[in-house]
Design a protein around this ligand. Structure first.
Ligand code: ISL
Ligand code: CA
Length: 572
């Protein structure tokens, strides 16, 4: 693949249910997005990744698709979609859409047919297996695989007396990629969207498409490890076929969700010699979330751990591969609540994180709301959550196994996906201006609004020239003005430092140094480089600016809490 414009792009993810509601039913929709396209263009976004907007019963908020070529009625119509696409293109932006083809909804026509009989023409569109028998002669699933959303990954279906596979919810049966007819249906559907003019796809759990047809139990010592589903025997054959049949015929870009793909394996998907995908994003720094995490979550990563993950991926991808770097998405709690400071250094930490993100080698992805520093929301009770992952884990752990409810609530308040899904905070008005209050309908939103919208909202942020939003905008432009930040090589110069993220980016005779304080304390950092000038900093003014010439004397930087800056260096 020779097209590389995606490398210099800034991707912004929209979770449509939570972005903006135009008609007062409390659910975000396509017209809502259309009404904020100027907002996104003003921020400097190049590519919008839109999470699923297809017809769906919403067991997993649209990641369970009942019709790949129809719009979710709650979100609008195909005419609205066409307007949205036109509006995006008119503003010089691109649209990539979510391709969710590891599974569909059980309400998809294919599955409705498939489950009817063993000889139904759609039977082999899904993964059916006869039962195994245990010692007592009872029917049991064909293997011991577990679902992402609690319980077995196999569901008994009484009509034909077989099990179907669902790596995700019971209502998300896995599609059978072994069947060439199914593959062709998917390719036709991809052509449909690309012909309409969409600019590519973000591909949901794409490493899962191929399954070992022997359906072995979990390998020894890895029981319950959900990453074993990735990188199946025919995955690269399928992706090459998809590329050959569909992708190569369009000027489009692809981002694979790399669940279960290690840095060492990444270039099998995105290596420039592979003709598969353009970019991948990994999970190594995401919040690990297994069922037991809802009682005993893993501790948060330390800064050196996060830095090591980024450096390792960078080295492994090398000159051959490319990644989509991100700190937040609809599956993760808010980055500010994880690595930043939601108290007095809210602004400083959000902008320090923005600096680190927007100076990485890789295409940066910004998740909606991170540009104003949205934070996790406190959920008072289990009834306030929406995500089936939390609700199913609650059922499995607290209801069925008597686990401690308080502990469950505490863990969910740290790791739940709902934190990223609370409505976007537009204004300091009722419901954060997310929904309009039309007669008889307004007033309730599908998921709780974070009460901190009085302090954190778009309208106020855009008015204040020193806000997180303005810094994101400035930083996005800064990246665009400095190709070294896109194409330059990356070197972490202080991997062991517990508080500071410091790295260089180098492109022929240009070298920049990025230094981000990730702590709430002042830090002293030995420079070790000859600084030409400061290019950008998240602190303004000589007195507070630890980067000023007087402050740099003696080869050290005196950094304020969460101060971040980028320096141009002399190259000898
Ligand atoms: O909780 C997770 C892992 O334990 C999630 O991060 C998620 O299930 C996983 O990353 C796969 O994500 C994608 O596919 C899911 C959907 O629920 C997620 O929203 C989507 O991003 C099934 O389609
Ligand atoms: Ca709506």
């Amino acid at each position: 693949m020779t097209k590389t414009h995606y490398k210099a792009s800034i991707v912004y993810q929209i979770y449509p249910r939570s972005f903006k509601d135009s008609n007062g039913d409390g659910i975000g929709d396509l017209q809502g997005i259309i009404s904020e396209l100027d907002y996104l263009a003003d921020l400097g976004v190049d590519v919008i990744w839109l999470s699923p907007f297809y017809k769906s019963p919403n067991a997993d908020n649209g990641y369970d698709i009942a019709d790949y070529q129809a719009i979710m009625p709650e979100f609008g119509t195909m005419a609205d979609f066409d307007d949205l696409l036109r509006g995006i293109h008119q503003r010089g932006m691109k649209l990539i859409i979510d391709l969710v083809v590891n599974h569909s909804s059980d309400e998809h026509f294919w599955f409705q047919e498939s489950r009817k009989s063993l000889d139904n023409p759609y039977r082999d569109y899904y993964i059916w297996q006869p039962p195994h028998q245990n010692d007592k002669g009872e029917n049991v699933p064909p293997n011991n695989w577990l679902s992402f959303f609690s319980g077995d990954a196999w569901q008994w279906d009484a009509t034909t007396e077989q099990y179907y596979l669902h790596l995700f919810a019971v209502k998300q049966p896995d599609l059978n990629w072994e069947n060439p007819k199914l593959r062709q249906e998917i390719y036709n559907m991809m052509h449909f969207w690309l012909k309409k003019g969409v600019n590519g796809f973000r591909m949901d759990v794409i490493p899962f498409l191929s399954k070992d047809q022997n359906f072995p139990d979990y390998p020894k010592g890895r029981f319950g490890d959900l990453t074993v589903y990735a990188n199946g025997p025919r995955i690269h054959e399928f992706l090459k076929e998809m590329h050959e049949t569909v992708l190569k015929h369009y000027d489009c870009m692809t981002i694979g969700e790399g669940f279960g793909v290690s840095a060492e394996q990444a270039n099998l998907y995105v290596g420039s010699d592979r003709a598969e995908l353009d970019m991948i994003y990994h999970f190594d720094h995401a919040v690990p979330r297994y069922e037991h995490s809802f009682i005993a979550p893993d501790p948060e990563f330390t800064l050196p751990q996060i830095k090591a993950i980024f450096a390792h991926w960078d080295t492994q991808l090398g000159e051959k591969g490319w990644q989509n770097v991100y700190f937040g998405n609809h599956d993760n709690p808010r980055i500010l609540s994880r690595l930043g400071n939601t108290g007095i250094y809210h602004k400083q930490s959000a902008t320090s994180i923005a600096t680190a993100l927007l100076t990485q080698r890789g295409t940066p992805g910004i998740y909606q709301g991170d540009e104003i520093g949205m934070t996790n929301c406190h959920f008072e009770d289990i009834s306030e959550f929406n995500d089936l992952q939390v609700l199913n884990a609650f059922q499995a752990l607290v209801v069925e196994k008597n686990a401690d409810k308080g502990q469950f609530l505490k863990a969910s308040n740290r790791i739940a996906r709902d934190h990223a899904r609370t409505p976007m905070q537009w204004k300091n008005e009722k419901n954060a201006g997310f929904t309009v209050d039309s007669v008889g309908k307004g007033g309730t939103t599908w998921l709780k609004v974070n009460p901190n919208f009085n302090k954190i909202n778009v309208a106020d942020a855009r008015k204040d020239p020193d806000s997180i939003w303005h810094f994101y905008k400035k930083m996005i432009q800064f990246r665009k003005d400095h190709p070294v930040l896109v194409h330059g090589s990356f070197e972490d110069i202080a991997p062991a430092d517990a508080n500071i993220y410091a790295f260089t980016r180098t492109l022929s005779d240009e070298k920049v140094l990025v230094v981000c304080n990730f702590s709430a304390e002042k830090q002293v950092f030995s420079l070790g480089f000859e600084v030409k000038n400061v290019l950008i900093s998240n602190y303004l003014g000589e007195n507070t600016d630890g980067t000023s010439r007087s402050n740099r004397e003696g080869g050290v930087l005196n950094l304020q809490p969460y101060q971040a800056c980028v320096f141009q260096l002399f190259v000898h």
